[in-house]
Design a protein around this ligand. Structure first.
Ligand code: NAD
Length: 322
C-alpha cells in the first residue's frame, strides 16, 4: 500500500483529499495544526503539528513516498488583503521546511498547491479579463504577499526537481468551493460567505445581503469534486510545470449572489458596501489543462452551489437556531 502525507488535512481541500485518497487504497497520514472542523478525518494517522517548525516537518514526512502539500495560512480576500506579514512569514516557513524535509526523508513525488493569485495584477484590471494562461505569470506582479509566496514556492519546487530529482507537481487553483469549508469567521471565501448571507436572509426574513464593492468583479469557481479529480490526475501525470485548475466560466459576484438566491428559493436585496475586492477580473485559460490531463472540470456552478448551499443552510440553522 502506497503511503502518502497530506498537509493541511484539517482544512477544506485537505480533508476532502484525505477521503479521496483513502477511497483509492492509499495509506494516508494527515497533518495540520487543527483537526477538521466539521467531520472526522478518514486518515489512517492524524498528527497535530505546526509545520513552520523544521523538526515537525521531519516528523510529518517520515516513511511516506508522496506528499500533498496543502498547509497554508490563508483565507478569503478579507484575510489575505490584511495579513501580509503573517502570511508571507508562515507560508514561506511551512513550504521551505516541508519540501526540504521531504527531500531528506526520500519522498519521490511532491504536490504543491499554488494559486491564481500568482498572476500579474496588470492583466486583471478589467471585468472582461482575458483568461489567464500559465505562461502569463511572468513578468511577475502577483496579488498580495500570499501570491508572492506562492510564486516563490513554485520556483522552489522547480529547483528541487532540477537539483535533487524529486518529482514536483504544481497546481494553480482558481477559487475552489464546496461543503465542509470555512463559512464564517473572517477566513471564508466568496461562495461560502454568500451562501451564509443568503441563508441568513432567507431564514431571518430580512432580504438584505451585503456585497463588497459594486459586485461587478468577475471570477470563475470550481467545485471541490472536480478539484480532487484534477489534483490526482496531475499528481499521476508526468507534467512538472505549473498548471491551472479551475472552471473557465466567468461570473460577476452579483451573478453569483443571484444564482445562490435562486437555489435557496428566496428574494434578496443586494446592498453594496465598502470592502476588499481583489483583482477586477480573473478567469482560467484551460487550454493546457485539457492538453495535459485530457480532462477539465465538469460540475456546473449551479450544481456545485446547490450542494454547498444546502450544507451551509444547515450549518446556519444549527448554529443560530432559526
Ligand atoms: P484551508 O485554510 O481550509 O486549509 C489550509 C490548512 O492549513 C488549514 O487547516 C490550516 O490549519 C493549515 N495550516 C495553517 N498553518 C499551518 C501550520 N503552521 N502547520 C500545519 N498546518 C497549517 O484552505 P484550503 O482552501 O483547503 O486550501 C488548501 C491549499 O490550497 C492552500 O495551500 C491554499 O493556499 C491553496 N489554494 C486554495 C484555494 C481555494 O480556493 N480554496 C485557491 C488557491 C490556492
Amino acid at each position: 500500500m502506497e503511503r502518502v502525507l497530506v498537509t493541511g488535512a484539517g482544512g477544506f481541500i485537505g480533508h476532502h483529499l484525505v477521503s479521496y485518497l483513502k477511497e483509492r487504497g492509499y495509506w494516508v497520514r494527515g497533518v495540520d495544526i487543527k483537526r477538521p472542523e466539521f467531520v472526522e478525518t478518514s486518515a489512517d494517522e492524524f498528527e497535530l503539528l505546526d509545520l513552520r517548525r523544521w523538526d515537525n516537518c521531519l516528523q510529518a514526512t517520515r516513511g511516506v513516498e508522496q506528499v500533498y502539500a496543502l498547509a497554508a495560512d490563508m483565507g478569503g480576500m478579507g484575510f489575505i488583503s490584511s495579513h501580509h506579514a503573517e502570511i508571507l512569514h508562515n507560508n514561506a516557513l511551512i513550504n521551505l521546511h516541508t519540501l526540504e524535509a521531504a527531500r531528506i526523508n526520500g519522498v519521490s513525488r511532491y504536490f504543491y498547491t499554488s494559486s491564481a493569485c500568482v498572476y500579474p495584477l496588470y492583466l486583471q484590471d478589467r471585468t472582461d479579463v482575458v483568461p489567464l494562461k500559465e505562461e502569463d505569470a511572468y513578468p511577475a506582479q502577483p496579488q498580495d504577499a500570499y501570491g508572492w509566496e506562492k510564486l516563490f514556492t513554485e520556483r522552489l519546487c522547480m529547483h528541487y526537481r532540477e537539483s535533487y530529482g524529486i518529482e514536483t507537481r504544481i497546481v494553480r487553483f482558481h477559487n475552489i468551493f464546496g461543503p465542509y469549508g470555512t463559512w464564517e469567521g473572517g477566513r471564508e471565501k466568496a461562495p461560502a460567505a454568500l451562501c451564509r448571507k443568503v441563508a441568513v436572509a432567507k431564514l431571518s426574513g430580512n432580504p438584505v445581503v451585503e456585497i463588497w464593492g459594486d459586485g461587478e468583479q468577475t471570477r470563475s469557481f470550481c467545485y471541490i469534486d472536480d478539484c480532487l479529480t484534477g489534483i490526482y490526475r496531475l499528481m499521476c501525470s508526468d507534467y512538472a510545470e505549473p498548471l491551472n485548475l479551475g472552471q473557465d466560466r466567468m461570473v460577476t459576484i452579483n451573478e453569483l449572489a443571484d444564482i445562490i438566491a435562486q437555489i435557496a428559493g428566496t428574494r434578496i436585496v443586494k446592498k453594496h458596501v465598502p470592502g476588499p475586492q481583489g483583482v477586477r477580473g480573473r478567469n482560467s485559460d484551460n487550454t493546457r489543462l485539457r492538453q495535459v490531463l485530457g480532462w477539465e472540470p465538469e460540475i456546473s456552478l449551479e450544481e456545485g452551489l446547490a450542494r454547498t448551499y444546502a450544507w451551509i443552510e444547515d450549518q446556519v440553522r444549527a448554529k443560530y437556531g432559526f
